[in-house]
Design a binder for this molecule. Sequence first.
Ligand code: G16
Length: 542
Amino acid sequence: MTMQINSVQTQPIDGQKPGTSGLRKKTHVFQAPHFLENFIQSIWLGIGGAAGKTLVLGGDGRHFNAEAAQVVLRMAAAEGVARVIVGQNALLSTPAASNLIRKRKADGGIILSASHNPGGPDGDFGVKYNTANGGPAPESVTSTIYDATRTLSEYRIAVAQDVDLSVIGETRLGEMVVDVVDPVTDYAELMAELFDFDAMRAMIAGGFTLRFDAMHAITGPYAKAILEGTLGAPEGSVINAVPLPDFGGGHPDPNPIWAKPLVDEMMGPDAPDFGAASDGDGDRNMIVGRGIYVTPSDSLAAIAANATCAPAYAGGLKGVARSMPTSRALDRVAEKLGLPCYETPTGWKFFGNLLDDGRATLCGEESAGTGSDHVREKDGLWAVLMWLNILAKRQISVKALLEDHWASYGRNYYSRHDYEGVDAAAANALVDDLRAQLGDLPGTQAAGLTIESADDFAYDDPVDGSRSEGQGLRFGFTNGARLVLRLSGTGTEGATLRVYLEQLAEDYDRDPQEALADVIAAAEALAQIKSRTGRDAPDVIT
Ligand code: G16
């Protein structure tokens, strides 16, 4: 029986411009008539048509994930997509989706997630498109998708029952094959290829204790299978392991604010040896040792310095890359190892070309993202396993490893101050006014620090020659401090002002906020953050 396909008349909907990582909106916005459908049809248009293609589909399980997946399937069937590989119950972590796209040689994939943003009816939802390399669509593709959203007049959707996504195996929606796969299996196999699971198993069998907080988000099943199942960590090592549509009411962002219970436990008297957490869709990570929190920038640098502990990286790294606001701790390691070190704009999509071109093996961001060329997304559990592999090989605690690292390389004291939900006009004015002064600032002082350089970061991709401008205001100071200001591209309410603070030092035992006091004062002097945002203090300090 041929399937009925409806052509639905529609109009462009404002606000469908993809941000740092796909399109993110309040869930109710996505649920409004035609919103999701318009965006999906625009994806088909933006990728030059989906007919005959193979796509991967999955999401982080948040509210509206299951319904949205059915819409995508019906629209894919209407478009003539040949095959959709979908995670059971429409679940896939972002790195697992990236892996499936690559492994199954799919043409691309749709990931339903607003990442670390809260979920639920009053929370956020999101849609990302990843290309055939497994990575987030580059700006050339997202801008074509956006253009399509502005002229769209019709979308096509099949009239059909929901596909049963609870059963693994192949089924059909009209002519289209729907291949329901276990979300964990292929990913777990990949991890076993990369890391020395025997050494990690032996360490855990020898009494090494760990706690992984899945924050009621997507990594629960992955962490249970790998950390408890394969590596033998006792049951209960993975906590909050059941993914929930509202993440249990929590904010699934692995940082000391939102994962406070874990950090408190790690600072307490009965702390396990190792603590970690991941976010809504499984691409971010937080690493905590007994008595010590590891900043994402330090984690990246420590991984770079010790990557050869893991079999997949034993031959050394080709190069490393970090986003511009990420601390320059990585640069110090790269210099010592004689590796190229790339500085890209915020957004994992900018690493794709460097990874594809073999210029970088390891990439990371201050926003709790670390990953390698094994997939084309940042990968939370990968970072956790990398740390465990390093600790198992070096037979050292997290604290000792970090102190050893700082003793050899010096310490880049680092912190990010976020002002969330700020009035968008005020936040834009703050940045615009500061941008207008950039040319006059070098040589002047801000709160006693002398400004050496000031610019608006622009990136020229060395692989495809594309240029991305307006990526954040950078200030270098003569005392080795650095300040970056930019507006987040992932928020859904008002604007989020991010202030990134860094101070190079040879000592390593001061409190970061104290060590950064001068550059914090300089930021205030330059940008009048308090008066312009109406805030006394940041909402989140990482
Ligand atoms: C996304 C991007 C990251 C970026 C982060 C923060 O992470 O994938 O590359 O660093 O947002 O971006 P912004 O500072 O613009 O909010 P995720 O985990 O949300 O996908």
